[in-house]
Design a protein around this ligand. Structure first.
Ligand SMILES: Cc1cc2nc3c(=O)[nH]c(=O)nc-3n(C[C@H](O)[C@H](O)[C@H](O)COP(=O)(O)OP(=O)(O)OC[C@H]3O[C@@H](n4cnc5c(N)ncnc54)[C@H](O)[C@@H]3O)c2cc1C
Length: 303
């Protein structure tokens, strides 16, 4: 990467953004794992985001969009690209009756709480997902049969020329833990979502219950990245992993949680390589014992 040139550009042209070099990605992932990002930019505005993207294109430096880092496994060897922190440029929420425009950087829990305050239902089931709106749209995040893609009206994105445009719902596709936005390579800026009238107190109660259930079921006291495997055609990944006898399996400080077998937890200073090896060993054991192919949900960066 032509680090001098990009460094000089970022230092001289960006006025309201934060730029870090050799930034430790452990600080930005829920797994608390990862090497250093060569360049880490938290744009202070959409305009400065566009400046970074255009310059990166000119210098042929890849860009990686970061939400809340809650579904990522980042290589121990770090990231040879610009990591663009999408939480900082904008994180507003604008309600217009049952339609709401929400910035990509907004954290789901904050959004759910705001929607409940406005007596609007349709996102409450996502309250326990610790990601941003942008990350949720890319992953079509959801829980208990709910998927965020179902309520999307349109999405505003920035392409790698720094141009901004809207994509309507008919031009988007959302499948289980996948959306067309994943391959598109755009930076998601904002979404318009369609909510329904709801009752504030029941929404707040539902959200509280959802958070309590998660606290009970998931190993939230250790760093993790949520479900490691997607749901296969039959059954649940946690059940297969448990039946295969993999609960508690450990490589280095990475361990298949004894509380919920579809979670891998970082018990201290786990390396990305430990987690990746554990994932592939568990996958192999389940495949050999039950002929079930578990596909990983967690996204690898630089591995
Ligand atoms: C404890 C725990 C529980 C979880 N429970 C669930 C659950 O119930 N359901 C579920 O679906 N997931 C769950 N997850 C996984 C994770 O929270 C979701 O996948 C979430 O949607 C990821 O959002 P993020 O902002 O953290 O994205 P990141 O992890 O930062 O990124 C994920 C992907 O989205 C891309 N991306 C992020 N923001 C943008 C943007 N603005 N523009 C373009 N691309 C972007 C990234 O490049 C990357 O490819 C859980 C994770 C944890 C740690």
């Amino acid at each position: 990467m032509p680090s001098n040139e990009i460094g000089e550009f970022l230092r001289s042209e960006l006025k309201c953004s934060i730029v870090e070099f050799n930034e430790d990605m452990r600080r930005h992932t829920s797994f608390r794992i990862g090497g250093k990002a060569d360049v880490f930019v938290s744009p202070g505005s959409i305009d400065e985001m566009a400046l970074v993207i255009k310059k990166a294109k000119e210098l042929q430096i890849p860009i990686r969009a970061l939400g809340n880092g809650s579904n990522l496994l980042v290589s121990d060897n770090g990231i040879k690209s610009i990591v663009l922190d999408c939480k900082s440029a904008a994180n507003g929420i604008v309600f217009n009756n049952d339609r709401v425009n929400v910035s990509a950087g907004c954290i789901l829990k904050t959004f759910c709480e705001n929607a409940a305050e406005h007596e609007l239902s349709g996102v409450e089931q996502a309250v326990g997902i610790p990601g941003t709106i942008g990350g949720a749209l890319v992953m079509n995040a959801g829980a208990n049969g709910y998927n965020i893609g179902n309520i999307v009206e349109n999405v505003t994105v920035m392409d790698m020329n720094g141009d901004t445009f809207k994509i309507k719902k008919g031009e988007l596709s959302f499948e289980y833990r996948h959306s067309s936005l994943k391959e598109a390579g755009y930076i998601i800026l904002e979404a318009e979502l369609a909510l329904k009238k709801g009752n504030k107190n029941s929404l707040l109660r539902l959200m509280r219950e959802e958070l309590e259930t998660r606290e009970r079921k998931f190993p939230l006291n250790y760093p993790n990245a949520g479900s490691i495997f997607k749901r296969p055609k039959e059954g649940y990944p946690g059940q297969w992993v448990e039946m295969a006898g993999c609960k508690g399996m450990r490589i280095g400080d990475a361990e298949v949680s004894t509380k919920h077998a579809n979670f891998i937890i970082n018990k201290g200073s786990a390396k990305a390589g430990d987690v990746a090896d554990l994932i592939s060993q568990v996958k192999d054991i389940v495949a050999k014992k039950f002929s079930v192919n578990l596909e990983k949900e967690v996204i690898y960066w630089g591995m």
